[in-house]
Design a protein around this ligand. Structure first.
Ligand code: ADP
Ligand code: MG
Length: 700
């Protein structure tokens, strides 16, 4: 027999086929149970009826009771807006609609009382309600003991089809009463006890129809715990499964090349963090299971040398290694610095990018094939099918967020057994993200900067202070320093962006006339060889200023460049700003970052500027970024959307996520297949939630 909870929503009284379709489309709801898992996103005190005269705060929800009259259309020939006056004993307030106009027009009966519920917005110094929820007033609705009322997410389409928040509340209430006693517990009793969680059924009831603020709190705690619990279970099970099944070549020996480099060719002592990370990776590589590890280290923390030493380990064990970078510039730079580090060592390194000539390519392919070429550096030209290795044992991917999961998976095919994979990213990842998003990868972190770095001094200037900026740059140039000036991609079209950049460039030419000053330029639409030519002018010190779009964001290392000017800085996200700033401060000189913006800034934009000025700690910046933008938008996010929790909030739940992760780890340590009696409920729920995803989850 099909459980009531699995019934199609269409069969719920008051729904029907049309509304069912809308619920499916707008909320993804197909069954009774699905609807119960649409939780309120906030609550109003339903016993509280406000007066129109009390409305005094923007963006606050109010509930009013009164009449609606004076409905009028605006706009000719077709109405584009309808307004009406809502009136109670204290006064009036305007209601506004932009959509569903014909419905609104005939909605109200003069003299009848309605309950209006909505968010006040101020317009021309007066408050109004745009698209409020409206219901006929029924005094019985305002019963005592059920004073907190859930407010549900609805869309315009839903509202226009009689699925406003109150209707949803009513439908949900019906299901709750019908399904009483049908909810099975999904967490083991011991876990419920240990964390003082209330029963599932009670939680679901209370989250919709809280009998007190306290009970509501308990309900949210319980359901949030559950949400994170199954997510972590999924991650940790995948990891367990992966570790067991996917074998790779064990790198058992730390051999000649590694030792030789370590003892004789290190250009500087490694930081403790670099040493620790190399050790972590070495242990992992020796274990026989395939390594899938994320190496996180802020810009300038010294990931390159770690990558090199790990690759030497592969070579010592008779394997080839590859290092893949997202842009040609970065691949070139890696090639240059690694060739330099290896100059006195018997290791063959080559570069392969889109610009490698066919003739050279052929030679290179041959050398990879016969194993005489040990170390390959390149862009995603590396993963083309024509590139065949003799024995590829390790792939390092730099700046991972630019590579898709699919591209990563293609590296697996380059070898009989999947090679070990190390993903390096300079994007500091907030701990909560590391534990959720990347929870199925192992994780190493370089949390220490090489000694002697001076913090980059960061200044925020308005466009009106431009002269001050120019004057400052001239002084820096006189001191022999070089300068980056970065423009954001602003417009939709690349052409317009280019125009923007060119205008900026022309203005700079006026401020910094040749031949006294020399400016070079790099942008996304240049041919690789032109880009390279311009880059080289800057690298060699032939140009004082490099004007660029964000192509320099990733990886470029020019120690003499000591000033980074970011135009329209408010158009960049925090992690991008942080990355850009990381381009300077690499040499011995005091470095500067100048953030240029308009005087007018959004609150969010201002917060970003303040954050940049006040800290250089990548983790702090990442935390603020997460708070401001949410996990879906935060850089370093593997796929946006993958991290949308119903109740969980990654910006706030670090403590809880830790707790849950620990709980799940312990559970799996005791019973990794969930076979114990007490854990049956977990297994059943797990399979229900992840059945579809289970197969592909092994790859990620
Ligand atoms: P990132 O982590 O951003 O890739 P790099 O590997 O490019 O950083 O290193 C940044 C700079 O710091 C390079 O010039 C590098 O030579 C230098 N560096 C790296 N490790 C150390 C160290 N332990 N001591 C001194 N300088 C270091
Ligand atoms: Mg780097």
């Amino acid at each position: 027999m099909i459980s009531l909870l699995d019934k199609k929503i269409e069969f719920l009284k008051g729904v029907g086929p049309k509304k069912a379709l809308i619920l499916q489309k707008e909320l993804g709801v197909t069954t009774f149970e699905d609807l119960l898992f649409c939780f309120p996103f906030r609550y109003v005190d339903k016993s509280k009826i406000h007066l129109a005269s009390e409305i005094n705060d923007d963006s606050v929800y109010y509930q009013l009771v009164g009449t609606v009259g004076n409905v009028r259309s605006h706009g000719v020939p077709r109405a584009t807006r309808i307004t009406a006056d809502f009136t109670d004993e204290s006064g009036s307030i305007e209601l506004v609609w932009f959509k569903g106009l014909s419905w609104v027009k005939n909605r109200f009966i003069p003299g009848q009382r309605y309950v209006i519920f909505g968010k006040a917005s101020s317009f021309n110094n007066k408050f109004n309600f745009v698209h409020p929820d409206i219901e006929d007033y029924n005094p019985d609705d305002f019963t005592i003991g059920e004073s907190l009322q859930g407010v549900y997410n609805t869309s315009e389409v839903m509202k226009n089809n009689g699925l406003g928040t109150k209707k949803l509340a009513q439908l949900i209430k019906n299901i709750l009463f019908l399904s009483s006693g049908m909810f099975k517990e999904v967490l083991p009793v011991s876990i419920l006890k240990a964390h003082q969680l209330i029963a599932r059924e009670e939680a679901i009831f209370q989250i919709h129809l809280p009998s007190s603020a306290d009970k509501l709190q308990k309900a949210i705690e319980r359901l949030k715990f559950e949400e994170y619990f199954f997510f972590q279970l999924h991650l940790l099970r995948n990891k367990l499964e992966h570790d067991k099944v996917v074998k790779s070549f064990p790198f058992t020996s730390v051999g000649h090349l590694f030792n030789d480099f370590f003892h004789h060719h290190l250009p500087f002592p490694l930081t403790n963090a670099q040493k620790r990370v190399i050790r972590e990776i070495r242990i992992d590589l020796g274990s026989g299971r395939q390594m899938n590890r994320l190496l996180q280290g802020d810009v300038g923390s010294g990931k390159t040398i770690v990558a090199l030493m790990v690759m030497l380990l592969a070579l010592d064990n008779g394997f080839q290694a590859a290092l893949m970078a997202p842009t040609e510039i970065l691949a070139n730079q890696h090639f240059a610095s690694i060739s330099d580090l290896l100059r006195n060592m018997p290791v063959k390194v080559a570069l392969l990018t889109g610009s490698t000539r066919a003739k050279d390519r052929k030679v290179l392919h041959q050398a990879l094939n016969d194993g005489s070429l040990q170390l390959l550096i390149g862009t995603h030209a590396l993963i083309e099918d024509t590139v065949v290795f003799k024995q590829l044992g390790l792939v390092i991917i730099d700046e991972q967020h630019r590579f898709g999961v699919a591209q990563r998976a293609r590296m697996y095919e380059k070898s009989d057994m999947p090679p070990h994979i190390l993903v390096m990213t300079a994007t500091p990842i907030p701990r909560t993200l590391a534990m959720t998003q990347y929870g199925d990868l192992d994780y190493s972190q370089i949390d220490e900067m090489p000694p002697g770095r001076k913090a980059v001094e960061t200044i925020h200037l308005f466009h009106s202070q431009r002269l001050r900026m120019i004057g400052f740059l001239k002084k820096q140039i006189a001191l022999g320093r070089q300068i980056y000036i970065v423009y954001p991609l602003i417009k939709e079209s690349e052409k317009l962006d280019l125009i923007n950049l060119m205008e900026g460039y022309d203005a700079l030419l006026r401020d910094f006339p040749e031949p006294e000053y020399r400016i070079c330029m790099v942008h996304g639409q240049m041919k690789a060889e032109d880009k390279d030519f311009e880059m080289q002018r800057f690298v060699k010190g032939q140009a004082h200023i490099m004007v660029a779009t964000t192509v320099i964001e990733v990886g470029v290392n020019i120690p003499n460049a000591s000033v980074m000017v970011i135009e329209h800085a408010d158009r960049f996200g925090l992690s991008q700003l942080h990355q850009l700033r990381g381009r300077v401060g690499r040499g011995a000189d005091q470095s500067y970052c100048i953030l240029m913006t308009d005087f007018k800034l959004t609150a969010d934009g201002r917060k970003r500027m303040q954050t940049m000025v006040s800290t250089s700690d990548g983790f702090k910046i990442a935390e603020v970024d997460l708070q401001l933008r949410g996990p879906g938008e935060t850089q370093g996010t593997r796929q946006s959307g993958a991290l949308e929790f119903k109740l969980g909030n990654l910006a706030k739940d670090e403590h809880l996520i830790r707790l849950v992760r620990k709980t799940v780890t312990e559970l799996l340590e005791n019973d990794n297949r969930l076979q114990q009696y007490e854990n049956q409920c977990v297994r059943i729920q797990y399979e229900k939630l992840f059945k579809k995803q289970y197969d592909w989850s092994m790859i990620g």
